[in-house]
Write a protein that binds this ligand. Structure first.
Ligand SMILES: Nc1ncnc2c1ncn2[C@@H]1O[C@H](COP(=O)(O)OP(=O)(O)OP(=O)(O)O)[C@@H](O)[C@H]1O
Ligand SMILES: [Mg+2]
Length: 172
């Protein structure tokens, strides 16, 4: 029999540019967002100082939502490693919630290209670090459900052919 829960904590997991915020905005969802938190606390959503405060505040607000018994609780942050995701598992266990993930399984080449085109750009070195850090969510980690979101085939193809073109035009 399925375990009874008060609701879900739903974590986005994905690289910068993988489409997390767009996904939520298109569905009219207002997640707790690390970028919004930076805007509120530091007046700049790109400011990477005070990370413990940013995520501590986010978790504090999540704690309050769970106390209130809110049924669906979304987090818009990269949530790349198990270590980053673990505090939400603790909160879920404490308040009797289920953990779910939305995994943005978008190739790094596509994320990099989207990142280059947008207004707010994550530096390339930061992107490299994050690609290395990404650990996809699994059922074994404790997620009851994992929704996978992928890029359109056409976008992935155009990236691949872009790489080939660059190679073909390279110095060799
Ligand atoms: N499904 C999609 N297809 C094509 N482009 C997309 C898609 N989703 C998002 N984009 C574009 O990619 C860029 C990054 O999207 P978005 O800001 O949603 O990413 P993000 O995962 O929230 O990144 P970050 O972690 O840096 O906040 C935006 O310019 C957006 O318009
Ligand atoms: Mg975002």
């Amino acid at each position: 029999m399925p375990k009874s829960t008060r609701g879900q904590i739903i974590l986005a997991v994905g690289l910068p540019g993988s489409g997390k915020s767009t996904y939520f905005a298109r569905r009219g969802i207002h997640p707790l967002s690390s970028d919004t938190m930076r805007l509120w606390l530091l007046d700049d959503e790109t400011d990477q100082h005070y990370q413990p405060w940013v995520f501590g505040t986010l978790r504090y607000l999540m704690d309050i939502r769970l106390r209130f018994g809110r049924p669906r609780n979304y987090v818009d942050a990269t949530n790349l490693s198990r270590r980053e995701r673990r505090p939400y598992f603790r909160l879920a266990a404490q308040y009797g919630y289920e953990m779910q993930a939305i995994f943005f399984d978008v190739p790094a080449t596509v994320c990099r290209e989207r990142n280059r085109r947008r207004h707010r750009q994550v530096p390339e070195e930061a992107m490299d670090r994050m690609v290395r850090k990404l650990k996809p969510p699994t059922l074994e980690e404790g997620f009851a459900k994992i929704t996978v979101v992928r890029a359109r085939k056409a976008e992935v193809r155009s990236q691949k052919s872009g790489v080939r073109r660059k190679t073909a035009a390279g110095p060799f």
